[in-house]
Design a protein around this ligand. Structure first.
Ligand code: G3P
Length: 227
């Protein structure tokens, strides 16, 4: 499963990109507004890191506006996926952009029928928001199962991008279902790395190692930490 960060913070993205576990980034208008920076500057900086998939969202709600913004965003960098909301206008715009080979991420998807429509108009990604469904007392992961079943039955190439992930169990469940991508906040991705038994085990190994004689001391702080 590909792992994406759901953030517009370039420093968070840089951190995970350096670790080497990041496959892409999704942004949305709310995440961008938190940064207080020029939208296109943020998107171009993320793309310049080499991140191969960067979703940037349109804010127009009519077809012509979505197409205009979609063209503008797609022209910023070849890694851009244009994020378009799941509305009748969004479906129409997605069909047109897909014909032009501009990749669309259909967002704000809350039902399997909406996901079926996204696939029919040629969306590259479909983004079901599972956390927001859980918040409403509905099982968000059940939606991922349904979309996966439908896409497999008809061999739709649209990738399932599980969005609104809130904790590591969401990532685990999505991976077990076979979802293509999970997008998550930085804090959730950090938790995927950590385990208390890893920390305890490492501390014990290092303690025991203090008693071992070695010919040459090659371990120790690297150049960055000797300042
Ligand atoms: O980017 C879309 C989605 O992941 C938002 O998540 O936590 O605001 O429901 P959330």
């Amino acid at each position: 499963m590909k792992l994406f960060l759901d953030t517009a913070s370039v420093s968070e993205i840089r951190r995970m990109w350096e670790v080497g576990i990041l496959d892409g980034v999704t942004t949305n208008p709310s995440l961008v507004s938190k940064e207080g920076r020029v939208f296109e500057d943020i998107i171009e900086e993320i793309c310049a890191l080499g991140v191969p998939s960067v979703s940037a969202e349109v804010v127009a709600t009519d077809v012509d506006g979505m197409l205009r913004e979609g063209h503008h965003l797609a022209a910023l960098h070849p890694s851009i996926y244009v994020k378009i909301p799941m509305t009748a206008a969004g479906l129409q715009a997605t069909k047109q952009l897909s014909r032009e080979k501009i990749r669309v991420n259909m967002t704000l998807v809350f039902s399997a029928n909406q996901a079926l429509l996204a696939a029919k108009v040629g969306a590259a990604y479909v983004s079901p928001f599972i956390g927001r469904l859980d918040d409403q007392g509905q099982d968000g992961m059940e939606l991922i199962r349904d979309i996966h079943t439908i896409y497999q039955a008809y061999k739709y190439p649209t990738e399932i991008l599980v969005a609104s992930i809130r904790h590591p169990i969401h990532v685990l469940e999505a991976a077990k279902i076979g979802a293509d991508i999970g997008t998550m906040p930085f804090a959730v991705m950090e938790k995927l790395v950590q385990h208390p038994l890893t920390d305890i085990g490492l501390a014990r190994f290092l303690k025991d190692w203090e008693k071992v004689p070695v010919r040459a001391k090659v371990t120790g702080p690297g150049p960055q930490s000797t300042r």
